[in-house]
Design a protein around this ligand. Sequence first.
Ligand SMILES: Nc1ncnc2c1ncn2[C@@H]1O[C@H](COP(=O)(O)OP(=O)(O)OP(=O)(O)O)[C@@H](O)[C@H]1O
Ligand SMILES: [Mg+2]
Length: 338
Amino acid sequence: MTVPVLTFFNNKSGVGKTSLVYHLAWMLSDIGYRVLACDLDPQANLTAAFLDEDRLEQLWDEGVTTTSKTIMQCVQPLMKVGDIQPPALAEIAPTLSLIPGDLALAGFEDTLSAEWPNALGSSDLYRPFRILTAFSTAMQNGAKQMDASIILADVGPNLGAINRSALIATDYIIVPLGADLFSLQGLRNLGPTLNRWRGDWKKRKDNWTQPEFPLPDGEMKPFGYVVQQHGVRLNRPVRAYDKWVNRMPEEYARNLLEDTKGPYPPTPAQDEKHAFATVKHYRSLVPMAQEARKPIFHLTTADGAIGSHAAAAMGARADFAVLAQKIVDKMGEVAGWQ
Ligand SMILES: Nc1ncnc2c1ncn2[C@@H]1O[C@H](COP(=O)(O)OP(=O)(O)OP(=O)(O)O)[C@@H](O)[C@H]1O
Ligand SMILES: [Mg+2]
């Protein structure tokens, strides 16, 4: 049995993917799940959210070591003649660990691109598959080490080879959407790309009739979307916000689910099946939480969360608890997971 991998994906940048992974990883851990977070974005923003600079410097400057403390250090031997190394997890809390990201991961992109056609070849399939499934192997190995029941992955905003491998390792995708044209336009690229990746991966799997190690299913099932309020410019009229938000149910259904018939719910609030939540704009709590290197809902008076800030932090706790529980419930419905 593999541990389910949930990836937050939209090729539009700045829609709040990393922030969602960070907060949900904490919340799922707070409500009793064992969580592995994995940073597969070479920008490594998730890692910077979890770890302070001293720890980051140690991880990234370590060079050749006997333990693989970042995702790049795990996969690096594959770029020569070696095999993937198990990740040394960074413990964040007793039930929450991280496979740290690495700015150097960008250097793996060309290797992944080069091996993609090779997986359709007729000989020496071990190596291309070992490389293309490296993220899956690292994440599943990490999950086993800590007995995790769920893996959350953060990826960068593009449709490149690193993300293709991240998605091959993914069971469920949640799409964060901002209320603007770009976010919805992003869906029009995302849907067809996911279909293509799914089909191309299946072809490759079928080509390796006797795999020598377990291969991920590459289901990358669209699991739903989250509406993000924070991208909205404050001086924009409410009507423009509503216009884009209310187009989300249709655009999501058309592009991610290939449902071109409808009818489509008129608002995300009425799209219970696919809209997980509207995540509020947390304004000044965001820099406060970043400074304290904590999720918003862990802020205390000692961090400066007093008065209305304290109330907003409590509100965030309630909102993220609901969102986490919805995700857990849906995974239970879809996959019998608990
Ligand atoms: N709910 C929120 N309220 C206020 N600000 C937010 C919220 N969510 C995210 N942000 C801010 O928006 C910016 C972008 O968020 P984030 O880095 O999570 O997006 P991303 O989709 O991961 O970006 P990228 O595509 O570059 O990886 C960050 O500065 C973050 O602090
Ligand atoms: Mg990000």
